[in-house]
Design a protein around this ligand. Sequence first.
Ligand code: S3P
Length: 433
Amino acid sequence: MHTATEERIIRPARNVYGSLALPGDKSISHRYGMLAAFAEGVSRFTNFSTGADCASTLACMKALGASVSRLEDGSVEVTGVAGRVTPTESPLDCGNSGSTMRMISGLLAPQEGAFTLIGDASLSRRPMERIRKPLEAMGARLTLTEGHAPLTIQGSPLQAIDYTTPVPSAQVKTCVLLAGLQTPGTTTVREAIRTRDHSELALRAFGATLTRDLDSVSITGPQKLRAINAAVPGDISSAAFFLCAAALFPGSSLVLDALGLNPTRASLLDVLTALGARISVLDLEEKNAELVGTVQVSAPAEGLGSTTISGALAAQLIDELPVLAAIGPYTSGGIRIRDAKELRVKESDRIALVVKNLRAMGAEVEEFEDGLDVPGGQTLHGATIDSGGDHRIAMAFSVAALRAQGDTLIQGSESAAISFPEFFNLLDLIAER
Ligand code: S3P
């Protein structure tokens, strides 16, 4: 099957300069949208993610009986189903979104009725055993297609479990918690590495009670959710592209307002600081338990240093690793990434594509099963980039292109709209040529 894709030329930049507020966080928007659609009452969100992934979540929840509308001022209004969804004849299309498919499965498993979930070609290759295991341990009936989507759920009442996630995954944790929310008894999810905790914070914001430990979270069901009004913080994983771009140019200055700074998501700021970038955080406040603030970044006059990302840090930075690897050649000492095997089962095999595209730009890079070594002190040239239809690859190499010699052609540039439709316009605003 061949799908037509768009291309975009990225010209080198002299500097990165400006001040922006970014669209709402994808992870938080998924959760707010899904919980609002399940809750009782009318929720309203400002700065809701504009990405196609969150639109997939809203479309699925609409098909399940919630009503969803975009108001004139851009906010999203969701009227929930008060805890009971309506089964649909046609399959629920999760598009490119792993979060939608994995999280909604937990929401639907304890409901009455049969549900079929489908996705695009990339999502249909991604591992779904990781949700089947815990949901079946709760008594759910799930059928996969060779470990993947399409998947069907025959909803039925479940039993609470105590589950330890074998791979760190906030999507799997959320899947189990959403099933636990509707299941009598206490469901506990344990994780060796703490993954993003937006679900825990959002469930509380919608009125649920959860208990948290250092490495576990428990929910006693059944519980009801109540509608909320909220402003979604700017997406730090989208910001990552611009923060890395600014870190490349001595003399740069970039200010990002109302940015989500949840500690389980903000490790990028520590890594950039370790590389030598100057970062300050101002006006920190809490909104629905999520930290939000203004971030200012500028590059060190002497250029970026070197760093190794492994262990828990690799899991917490999983979405930011492609762009960090893509700027690796421009550091003085290089970037080493390990313990990031999960990158191979994201929207694409992100290790393979980062290696392929760095090499296309003339970089030296060594590939490992669970990461890569990108030596520093390299000069790259413009090249044709294969995004593989993966939004984060398209955007990561648009950033690498800013410091390359000559123009770069990004194939499949439309994929940026999965998480960040405004990316290329905003990049043009802050990149001085
Ligand atoms: C997400 C969790 C991560 C991340 C994805 C969003 C979430 O995936 O890569 O972009 O919103 O929970 P995993 O749960 O598969 O690690």
